[in-house]
Design a binder for this molecule. Structure first.
Ligand SMILES: NCc1[nH]cc(CCC(=O)O)c1CC(=O)O
Length: 313
């Protein structure tokens, strides 16, 4: 589709169906409509069910592999059933399938994790041996690194499901991205944002990306109008770091880049053993244009330090 979308021939925006995914799709629609002076009806939000949505009773790492939340959406784009797709960049593999490009990012939300508990104020306040719920290998390893006494149980499902699990006492605390809570307007959820120094977030946490077919140049121009350059610069460094680590969802990796003025960027990166017994961290700065190289170099340094078998324990 290269023509201007109209209510009769709307631009089809593909998304997962969770409340958070829908909020992100609606934000994308609203930004596109505003940037191009189009009515909201010139866009149609199309919900697509992914493997990750369908299988909710098993840990993500068991269902296996990359793109659990994206494969069906990308297929719909390649077949022409939808025109663009809105993704949480944190869930996106580092490379896109042939024929698709992902180079448009909305302004990034707060990248931090939040400590969420009905009973306790933060990680330090958790009683000895307490049970915490998370399905994130990164959060689990980071938590156990600081508090080896804690127990971690698998916690899948959307925000509402996880809060119900806290209420029923399956765990006394969990973690959620501040960005997701903000986008859902969930200010009633008891949450304490965690400083990146204490829990470095996932690569690309808080960022939304919009994917399209490479052949749709008109669409590329349309999306360029809502692209946030600073977010793109930060993610270039973070995703290069992830790519060089061969990061799949099966390895505990954290990374956060920040623009620090004077055309420079600072990247913090971290890799952990699954059981939290080891944590290797690094921090470095470069010109923004060299962000990707900064990420790649940092990954190589950390891997050399880690040695073989690091991720096995
Ligand atoms: N893996 C699920 C996922 N993907 C993106 C977000 C949050 C929003 C974001 O990071 O943009 C979440 C939930 C969470 O970690 O709390």
């Amino acid at each position: 589709m290269t023509d201007t979308p109209t209510p009769d021939r709307p631009l089809k925006i593909g998304t997962r169906g969770s409340p958070l995914a829908l909020a992100q799709a609606h934000e994308t629609r609203d930004r596109l409509a505003a940037a191009h002076g189009l009515p909201g009806e010139a866009f149609e939000v199309v919900v697509i069910r992914t493997t990750g949505d369908r299988v909710v009773d098993r840990p993500l790492k068991e269902i296996g592999g990359k793109g659990l939340f994206t494969k069906e959406i990308e297929e719909a784009m390649l077949s022409g059933a939808i025109d663009i797709a809105v993704h949480s960049m944190k869930d996106m593999p580092v490379a896109q399938p042939e024929g698709l490009v992902l180079d448009c990012y909305l302004p990034r939300e707060d990248p931090r994790d939040a400590f969420v508990s009905l009973l306790h104020a933060g990680i330090k306040a958790l009683p000895d041996g307490a049970t915490v719920g998370t399905s994130s290998l990164r959060r689990k390893a980071q938590l156990l690194h600081r508090r080896p006494d804690l127990h971690v149980v698998e916690f899948r499902g959307n925000v509402q499901t996880r809060l119900r699990k806290l209420e029923s006492g399956v765990a006394v605390a969990t973690f959620l991205a501040v960005a997701g809570l903000n986008r859902l307007g969930a200010d009633d959820v008891p949450q304490a944002p965690i400083a990146p120094e204490d829990m470095l977030p996932a690569v690309a946490q808080g960022a939304i990306g919009i994917e399209r077919r490479a052949s749709d140049e008109g669409l590329g121009e349309m999306l360029a109008a809502i692209h946030d350059r600073a977010t793109g610069e930060r993610l270039a460094a973070e995703r290069a770091f992830l790519a060089a680590l061969d990061g799949s969802c099966e390895t505990p990796i954290a990374g956060l880049a920040e623009l620090i003025g004077d055309g420079r960027l600072r990247l913090r990166g971290e890799i952990l053993a699954h059981d939290g017994s080891r944590c290797l961290a690094d921090e470095a700065e470069a010109q923004i244009a060299d962000g990707a190289a900064l990420g790649t170099d940092m990954a190589r340094r950390l891997l050399a330090q880690a040695g073989p078998g690091f991720f096995d324990s």
